[in-house]
Design a binder for this molecule. Structure first.
Ligand code: HXC
Length: 257
């Protein structure tokens, strides 16, 4: 596959997707959306990939959906474009996805990060949902995922005012997993991703699915889901290997079986 708007590369067991529309601060036009989804699904289908990193440039993770592309569209155009279905496919990827955010993560850029499992932010990162200043609202999950991530009042502060939040405030609020010095962002992302990707793939899929269930189910149903997933992992060779390695005081060698 050849891509116009992103760079796609596999390093070891990690799939890297780098947004690459520097002239538009990585604004997510329709093409970029489809390319990101196709690249992520391609990595997701490959058992040689155990983690995916999505990143942008130093100046911008992504400054949102492409305003110039959207500006003249009708409501029906937006329905037919079906941005929502495409992004739902990204969020449905089973492989753990890490967002490595430097610079602007605004609007759809912030929402793309929110579709990932771990958000690593450079200390220069700025998060926000400025749609309200354009006469619209977040449309890639921002109102829903921000409330779940940071609670109603922090989310409403972002969505209703359109203001930006620093990496430090975003971490305090629960939107960011870790803040790192800007110069170390990609190295840290690589280390975190390599560490995840070295684990047993079935256990990674199960862990992500169980975490997702926590956002969608009452506690009792979530606990039933977790215990069923936990016990099912005892059918894997990797569970035997992981526990044997602990007993033998050596590093486990997972095969993904
Ligand atoms: C299209 C964009 C863009 C965007 C920046 N650019 N953001 N183009 N869509 N979202 C373009 C600018 O037009 C400009 O191109 C170039 O990128 C550099 O941007 P500048 O504005 O010159 O840079 P700067 O002054 O440093 O300001 C950076 C910024 C600002 C604060 C990030 O660009 C900005 O406010 N961008 C829009 C942020 C936003 O409102 N995002 C929400 C979008 S709505 P030219 O060629 O003109 O110089 C959304 C809805 C999602 O995301 C739901 C979809 C279903």
């Amino acid at each position: 596959t050849s891509y116009d708007t992103i760079l796609v590369e596999q390093r070891g067991r990690v799939g890297w997707i780098t947004l690459n529309r520097p002239d538009a601060l990585n604004a997510l036009n329709t093409r970029a959306m489809h390319e990101i989804v196709v690249a992520a699904e391609g990595f997701d289908r490959d058992p040689g990939v155990g983690a995916i990193v999505v990143t942008g440039s130093e100046r911008a993770f992504a400054a949102g959906a492409d305003i110039k592309e959207m500006a003249d569209k009708s409501s029906v155009d937006m329905v037919l474009d079906d941005h929502f279905g495409a992004w739902n496919r990204f969020a449905a990827v089973r492989t753990p996805v890490i967002a490595a955010v430097s610079g602007y993560a605004l609007g759809g850029g912030c929402e793309l990060a929110l579709m990932c499992d771990i958000i690593l932010a450079a200390d220069t990162a700025a998060f926000g949902q400025p749609e309200i200043a354009l006469g619209v609202i977040p449309g890639m999950g921002g109102t829903q995922r921000l409330v779940r991530a940071m609670g109603y009042y922090k989310a409403a502060d972002l969505v209703l005012t359109g203001r930006r939040m620093s990496a430090e405030e975003a971490e305090r609020a629960g939107l960011v997993s870790r803040v790192v010095p800007a110069g170390e962002l990609l190295d840290v992302a690589g280390e975190v991703a390599d560490g995840i990707a070295a684990k047993s793939l079935p256990s990674l899929y199960a862990a992500k699915a169980a975490l997702d269930a926590a956002l969608e189910t009452p506690l009792s149903a979530g606990l039933r889901y977790e215990s069923a997933a936990f016990t099912s992992l005892f059918a894997t060779e990797d569970q035997k290997e992981g526990m044997a390695a602990f007993r033998d005081k050596r590093a486990p060698e997972f095969t993904g079986r």
